[in-house]
Ligand binder design. Structure first.
Ligand code: GLY
Length: 366
């Protein structure tokens, strides 16, 4: 594993250097790459991952040039913390300014994260008891499982400011999500929408195969989300939830032996369906945290599963050759196959969670 990881970091450095040359002056954040064309969306939900991968690489290597890049790419997002039209503030700001604060402990990044946390809690409706995810679509009050990821920033904001209001909202959100987003087998719906009185309007999907199916990345967001809730609260109910979701993921019958799932566990044409390396990377990173909170025997199982994902993603099947894959690190992710979008492509967040998983793995092993 040590030599695989060394090779991953070397390849990441090569790709990130090429990517930063390519986007040196343009104020954009690359999200994916398909048929030789970049998807560049400066202020969408993925914009924080671009600086984030440079921060992670800097943390892995101490490469000062990459630190400079990370700082420059983060500064491109200076107006993002004020956005109030989406729940994705955690992804956008905690993976960029939040990482900057982790490294630099500077007041600019701390202020950005607090501003973003205020923007995010402005989307909490106390009557409903949840943060609203999207402003678009057919739903009255949509909440998506991905939203669990944005709670990390709120927990952090309470610890940083000493003001419990962020944490209290995060806990309310996590509790109500736990009540309504999960089926009996701990698989998760993608979108649950609520009526104004807080009752459920509908349960279904947007990016998954069907309302009854298990969209792979959604299961990974759920696992990561309840693991981080346990980190900040030590509430047993969150640990139990994370353990149950981990069991669902690891026991999925349709996931191939390399532990990289198809884009949806129930996609109709398995094995002729695209994989989602991003779901696997998020899962690996989450399990490497969760293994720290559980019994020794379970810990070994989680660690082994995470290790097998990292091993697969480090193989030539998933790890890009130098200069290929639009300079992204991983191949074979899927954004939203159900919408005909980003099918079997590189995705910036797959790279982000892959580097985070490698960082966690290395900290545990070496
Ligand atoms: N948060 C959107 C996605 O996972 O595609």
């Amino acid at each position: 594993m040590a030599s695989l990881i060394d090779n991953d970091i070397k390849r990441a450095g090569e790709q990130l250097a090429l990517m930063s040359e390519r986007f040196d002056t343009a104020a954009v954040t690359p999200r994916s790459w398909e048929n030789g064309t970049y998807k560049l969306l400066p202020k969408d939900w993925t914009c924080g991952f671009f600086p984030g991968v440079y921060w992670l690489y800097y943390q892995l290597t101490g490469d000062k040039e990459m630190e400079k890049r990370a700082m420059e790419f983060t500064a491109r997002l200076s107006d993002v913390p004020a956005i109030k039209t989406t729940h994705d503030l955690g992804f956008m700001v905690f993976c960029s300014y939040g990482k900057q604060y982790e490294v630099e402990k500077d007041s600019v990044s701390a202020a950005a994260v607090i501003e973003a946390s205020n923007s995010l809690i402005s989307r909490f409706n106390p009557q409903i008891g949840l943060i609203r995810s999207w402003n678009f679509g057919k739903w009255n009050y949509p909440v998506i499982i991905d939203n669990m990821m944005n709670l990390e920033m709120l927990f952090w904001a309470s610890e940083f400011t000493g003001d419990p209001k962020y944490r209290e909202i995060a806990i309310k959100h996590a509790d109500k999500t736990m009540e309504h987003h999960f089926r009996d087998d701990y698989s998760s719906y993608h979108v649950v929408s609520y009526n104004d009185d807080g009752t459920v309007e509908s349960k279904g999907t947007h990016q998954g195969y069907s309302d009854a199916s298990s969209w792979s990345r959604g299961q990974a967001w759920a696992l990561y989300g309840y693991t981080l809730c346990y980190r900040f609260t030590k509430y047993d109910r969150y640990l139990k939830q994370a353990e149950n979701i981990a069991a669902l993921i690891m026991n999925c019958k349709t996931t191939p032996k390399d532990n990289i799932p198809y884009w949806d566990y129930d996609a109709p044409n398995i094995p002729d369906e695209p994989r989602d390396a991003s779901a696997a990377a998020v899962t690996a990173s989450a399990l490497l945290e969760l293994q720290d909170y559980v019994s020794q025997s379970l810990s070994k199982v989680y660690f082994g599963y995470a290790e097998s994902i990292i091993r697969s993603l480090s193989s030539p099947e998933y790890l890009a050759d130098k200069g290929d894959n639009g300079f992204f690190i991983l191949k074979h992710s899927t954004g939203a196959a159900s919408l005909g979008s980003e099918i079997d492509v590189p995705l910036i967040y797959a790279d982000y969670y892959f580097l985070e998983a490698i960082k966690r793995y290395r900290e545990l092993k070496y």
